[in-house]
Design a protein around this ligand. Structure first.
Ligand code: C2E
Ligand code: MG
Ligand code: MG
Length: 252
């Protein structure tokens, strides 16, 4: 968009695979910079774009930028890395969400297996069946689905088994708790084993301290994300980090 209205861009935060000790993908995080207000948090501007339906064109811009990044990763040899994109309920529930996503995937020649869509848990509270049906369709075309902010959205555990998701992201709230609870008191380990029993992979969000990482290793968490590994990076810095990874972990 133009200078007056500010510009939208994406930063990319590495997702780190615990077993292989290497970066296995990136989460795309939206940023808005305006001349008068500077950098605005997505926690502020995303809800506004949702109310005004501006999230629809904005969401397409976000997909196209993230797809270009995925192609740049592939072009520099990082063929196994995935890119995760956050999607709001308003986008997901649009009648043409899947066809328009498929058009963009085709136009940009994206391999859908390396695309992850993140949906916050709170979205499931309403419209559960419709949302789950759409997620099932996304999985059919090869896209991976992650439930974001798990543990904060009060989804019914009774339904967890039938959810069409590949991955569960434990909210930072539980990760922060690891700093002052004992292994016996903390429930992150139980969330991980529950998710594994249901066949889901687990990503822990907001890891800032070694103590949190060592707990998550002990309880077999699959992937982690957080400032301990890296803050969200500008596109060029993210590409450079991914490339660096290629020389140290050639299978990425
Ligand atoms: P999220 O998807 O749960 O993303 C994780 C948030 O935690 C990001 O905040 C990230 O910068 C932050 N984070 C990561 N590691 C750490 C850490 O170690 N410590 C701390 N304190 N924070 C950490 P961010 O970028 O401000 O995004 C906030 C939320 O805005 C996201 O939460 C997501 O729900 C939403 N969002 C961001 N980009 C988009 C987008 O493109 N579309 C939609 N619909 N929502 C978006
Ligand atoms: Mg997310
Ligand atoms: Mg989250």
């Amino acid at each position: 968009s133009g200078e007056g209205s500010g510009s939208l861009f994406l930063q990319y935060q590495p997702i780190y695979d615990v077993a292989s000790e290497s970066i296995c993908g990136f989460e795309a995080l939206a940023r808005l910079k305006t001349p008068s207000l500077g950098l605005i948090s997505p926690l502020e501007f995303i809800p506004i774009t949702e109310k005004t339906k501006l999230i629809i064109p904005l969401g397409e811009t976000i997909f196209l930028q993230a797809f270009r990044f995925l192609n740049r990763l592939r072009d520099q040899g990082c063929t196994q890395m995935s890119v995760s994109v956050n999607v709001s309920a308003i986008q997901l529930l649009r009648h043409d969400f899947i066809p328009s996503l498929q058009r963009m995937i085709k136009a940009m020649q994206i391999d859908a297996r390396y695309l992850v869509l993140e949906i916050t848990e709170s979205v499931f509270a309403s419209n559960y069946q419709e949302i789950n049906r759409i997620l099932g369709q996304l999985q059919k075309i090869g896209i991976q689905v992650a439930m974001d902010d798990f543990g904060t959205g009060y989804s019914s555990l009774a339904r967890e088994r039938e959810l069409n998701i590949n991955c569960l992201k434990i909210d930072k709230f539980f990760i922060d708790k690891l700093m002052d609870l004992t292994d016996e008191q903390a429930i992150s380990g139980d969330i991980i084993s529950m998710a594994h029993k249901l066949g889901h992979c687990v990503v822990a969000e907001g890891i800032e301290h070694e103590r949190q990482l060592s707990y998550l290793k002990r309880f077999f968490c699959d992937k982690i994300q957080g400032y301990l590994i890296s803050r969200p990076l500008d596109e060029e810095a993210a590409l450079a980090l991914a490339k660096e990874q290629l020389t140290s972990h050639p299978s990425s």
